[in-house]
Design a protein around this ligand. Structure first.
Ligand SMILES: [Zn+2]
Length: 326
């Protein structure tokens, strides 16, 4: 556990922290970004996989201190001058993992909170994994390994060196960040090189199927949003590839869910003017980013901030982050 987590879990009493948070977020909104929720003992020890018990604890806290609302309601409140007794919070998921249906949905239905799930359609349709999940699977290698990306002008990364899963994740995060700097073509090549050297470790993550997406969308607590078809870093794409990835994704989600799909999430949080224009042209009315801050004042509907929540966040750190104390 790092010092920051320890401080918020031990030094500051939880009730005091909660009071501070309630005061600091008064009149503001908060949006949270998750990826996957799985039973506590399943899945890789990756930042993106939040344990079911932690997720339940976090949303229980949220429900107590915030009005947990849909993205539509949050946008309405943000532009309204009406005063509400509580601040509002939005819970979102990116990518389209299977645990969203099997593990997360029963929790949010029990607690009666709305969520938005942004789905990238290629992984769902083909049953394949995006490059980052293939790389994350190296955490399951069971022994130390060195990934040398010297030929790509990048560094060398020593994975699985610690018994502490968080320490191992930090190195994984550096490797993923480095790979994101490569062009989509070079990244595929680099990832294939890495996997070939390490026996193509099986990926423990699971994406939803089309039928799973339809089942998730049929819940009255779920809104489905777009996340591109290819899940590439959109500003790196040509104009034609950008347009087709956003439109194919939108078209497929509408077809699978038989519902309107009106909100978008930029893969990896990356966008520029060209990407915003393509998202607007596809008919979306908002888009979320990964800029971690509260919604304060009138927000730009195509640059909505979200706090990322990961496996290694303690409840104290989660609360402190909502209060923008860290
Ligand atoms: Zn994503």
């Amino acid at each position: 556990m790092n010092l920051r987590n320890w401080l918020f879990d031990n030094l500051i009493p939880a009730h005091l922290l909660r009071k501070i948070v309630a005061k600091r977020v008064a009149g503001k909104g908060i949006a949270l970004m998750y990826h996957e929720v799985l039973p506590d003992h399943e899945g890789p020890a990756a930042w993106t996989v939040v344990k079911a018990s932690a997720f339940k604890e976090q949303v229980t806290f949220l429900r107590e201190y915030f009005d947990v609302v849909t993205l539509d309601e949050a946008l309405t409140r943000n532009s309204s001058s009406e005063k509400y007794s509580k601040s509002y919070a939005v819970v979102t998921f990116d990518d389209g993992y299977k645990g969203n249906l099997t593990c997360m949905l029963p929790i949010v239905e029990e607690l009666k909170i709305p969520v938005t799930v942004f789905i990238a359609t290629r992984g769902v349709e083909e049953g394949t994994f995006y490059w980052y999940d293939q790389v994350i699977a190296l955490l399951d290698y069971g022994k130390e390994l060195v990934v040398n990306l010297g030929q790509y002008g990048l560094s060398q990364y020593k994975l699985n060196t610690s018994k502490n899963v968080k320490v191992n994740w930090n190195v994984m995060q550096q490797l993923l960040t480095a790979l994101k700097t490569l062009s989509p073509q070079l990244r595929v090549q680099a990832v294939n090189d890495i996997l070939a050297k390490h026996d193509n470790i099986p990926v423990r993550m699971r994406m939803m199927s089309k039928e799973n997406v339809a089942a998730l969308a049929s819940s009255s607590f779920v809104t489905i949003g777009g996340h591109s078809h290819c899940h590439n870093i959109l500003p790196q794409l040509s104009k034609a590839d950008l347009k087709s990835s956003i439109e194919e994704n939108h078209h497929k989600l509408v077809e699978w869910t038989e519902k309107k799909v009106e909100h978008f999430s930029y893969p990896n949080g990356d966008f520029n003017a060209k990407v915003v224009m393509a998202v607007k042209t596809a008919g979306y009315k908002s888009a979320v980013t990964t800029q971690g801050r509260a919604w304060e004042g009138a927000v730009n509907a195509f640059e909505l901030p979200r706090y990322g929540v990961g496996r290694f966040d303690s409840l104290g750190l989660f609360i402190a982050r909502l209060g923008q104390l860290v």
